[in-house]
Design a protein around this ligand. Sequence first.
Ligand SMILES: Nc1ncnc2c1ncn2[C@@H]1O[C@H](COP(=O)(O)OP(=O)(O)OP(=O)(O)O)[C@@H](O)[C@H]1O
Ligand SMILES: [Mg+2]
Length: 143
Amino acid sequence: MRKFKNLNRAQVKKLASGLAKKYSGKDVVIGLVGELGAGKTTFTKDFGSFLGIKKIKSPTFIIGSTYPLKNQTLYHYDFYRLSDSKQLRPLGFEEIFKSKNRIVLIEWVDKFPKIAQVCDLIINLKPSGKNLRHVTLETRNSK
Ligand SMILES: Nc1ncnc2c1ncn2[C@@H]1O[C@H](COP(=O)(O)OP(=O)(O)OP(=O)(O)O)[C@@H](O)[C@H]1O
Ligand SMILES: [Mg+2]
């Protein structure tokens, strides 16, 4: 587990870019955890921006978006409005997880422990001041 204390906005962006660089061209499932406004979408936008995605939408009202990249696909989900694991079925995770060359980022992944379990990386964001965040990175499956 890697822990970062009191990161400002620029430092969070740097961390997100660093991870995007690390996982570019690889397969990874990243779960984002943290209270409302913790910075999960912001992190995803910074991550996507490094990979050349100009406009990552805020998925609060759309549950999921797909962004085709040159050699890869980035999937962004937000489980906030889902209440029952049955609602996961139409999202087609089984296929997505089996597919190659995909990066999956899931906000509020902790709502569904079964999905959280298969994440390669869990990013926890916690406000520690007006513009500061404590960030922890928990890697699994040796990624
Ligand atoms: N150090 C920081 N890191 C990340 N975001 C920060 C930081 N400081 C301030 N912010 C601000 O906090 C807000 C985080 O909002 P964001 O929508 O990313 O949160 P969220 O976790 O996705 O919320 P939700 O649970 O509603 O989806 C943004 O307005 C962002 O600019
Ligand atoms: Mg969000």
